[in-house]
Design a protein around this ligand. Structure first.
Ligand code: SF4
Length: 161
């Protein structure tokens, strides 16, 4: 906590504008509610009152134009991939992707299925992978914490540095 004016002046001198922007960004990660597959149920539950992620600035949004984070939960069918790309294109930069669940990461139980797209990181710049089938809500919150750390360290793929 900065209390005296010299400390505040020193802090302002040493802090770059990018650090301030990233501090704001990491603390307001609004995510697109785009529940896919059975992992989508965990995604919805994470946004509910029990976990109260709003206190971390992690807030569910229903429009891609209001969202910073796209969570790819569950399997991505080849038929759905163009729609997912369209949602991504509608999100304003800077924006980030979390891959949630084994299906999203590598196909999971649908590996080598004729109808699903494996390795979505070929298509989207994924910053965080959350494994599990399905991963728990706590794991998704941990994924957000990892994303916050990356943004703070300027090692994320979503910001154009
Ligand atoms: S990872 Fe498991 S729980 Fe998630 S969508 Fe695939 S099969 Fe369903």
């Amino acid at each position: 906590m900065l209390t005296d004016s010299n400390a505040i002046a020193d802090f302002i001198k040493k802090t770059k504008i990018q650090d301030v922007l990233n501090w704001g960004r990491k603390n307001s990660l609004w995510f697109m509610v785009n529940a896919m597959g059975c992992c989508g149920v965990e995604l919805l539950a994470t946004g509910m009152a029990h976990y109260d992620t709003d206190r971390f600035g992690i807030i569910p949004r229903n429009s891609p134009r209001h969202a910073d984070v796209m969570i790819i939960s569950g399997y991505v069918t080849k038929k759905y991939l163009p729609a997912l790309k369209r949602i991504w294109d509608q999100m304003p930069a800077p924006k980030w992707v979390i891959c949630f669940g084994d299906c999203a990461i590598s196909g999971g139980p649908f590996y080598e299925s004729y109808s699903t797209h494996q390795n979505v990181d070929d298509v989207f710049p994924v910053d965080v992978f959350v494994p599990g089938c399905p991963p728990r809500c706590e794991a998704l919150i941990q994924g957000f914490v990892e994303l916050q750390k990356k943004i703070e360290a300027k090692k994320d793929k979503g910001t154009d540095y």
